[in-house]
Design a protein around this ligand. Structure first.
Ligand code: ZN
Length: 241
């Protein structure tokens, strides 16, 4: 059983279309989404429609939540805050209803899905390093947890005592260990690689691949500027930061 994991699309349709084409090319039929479909990017309506079409299940992200939670935008940096206010005006009531219906976490094929972190998804805590990951493994029972939020793809392995960060873009899971996998971001990567990121989980082969896909960052950037969103949000896409 294989499935694709997308996260942090952030209303970037050029990136999402490129990822959807790549998923089709790999022959994977099921897609799950880890949230933050909107925020930062210029096409929130199209992104919500595409994720609803593409993903079998989705969990809620902090930007998704901020769009339907008056006042929540004040907790974000200024660029994100501007984009949340703008996105709120763009989406219709039915799209907002869809976002507000999403769960904070769910279990798919035995794996726990959460946007930010598994222990307390509503805290939106980041899992950036081994210290953060060690604190998370006690907070869930599943062998595999899939997250996004940091926009940096990566793997953490739990040996029963402590977490270790594994390098590379392929994870081969050992049957006596547990894992947190960050699928990275489709629409705003921040690991220095501007290509869109997603993951493919193969439960039979005990393997996860992080896949990178080139897309037209300049085109999305132009749409960001045309929408009146902060120019920094366009510029960062070209660097992947
Ligand atoms: Zn995000």
């Amino acid at each position: 059983m294989r499935y694709a994991v997308i996260s942090d699309v952030h209303a970037n349709m050029e990136a999402l279309k490129a990822v959807a084409d790549s998923i089709t090319a790999t022959g994977v039929e099921t897609v799950v989404c880890l949230g933050d479909t909107v925020g930062y990017g210029p096409e929130p309506q199209a992104a919500v429609a595409a994720v609803r079409e593409l993903a079998a299940v989705s969990v809620l992200g902090n930007h998704d939540r901020a769009v339907f939670t008056e006042g929540a935008e004040a907790r974000f940096n200024e660029w994100a805050e501007d984009a949340i206010r703008w996105t709120r005006e763009e989406l219709d009531a039915e799209e907002i209803d869809f976002l507000s219906s999403l769960p904070l976490s769910l279990v798919h094929e035995g794996a726990l899905l959460a946007h930010a972190s598994p222990r307390n998804p509503a805290s939106w805590a980041y899992v950036m390093d081994e210290h953060d990951a060690t604190a998370q493994f006690g907070g869930f029972d599943e062998t595999l947890c899939l997250i996004g939020h940091s926009h940096e793809p990566g793997f953490f392995e739990w040996d029963g005592t402590k977490a270790a960060e594994l390098v590379g873009d392929v994870l081969v899971m050992e049957s006596d260990k547990r894992y947190i996998v960050n699928a990275g971001s489709v629409g705003q990567p921040r690991d220095g690689d501007p290509r869109a990121a997603y993951a493919v989980v193969d439960r039979d082969e005990l393997r996860v691949d992080i896949i990178r896909v080139e897309y037209d960052t300049e085109r999305t950037g132009r749409k960001i500027v045309q929408a009146g969103l902060p120019a920094f949000l366009a510029e960062r896409l070209t660097h992947g930061t």
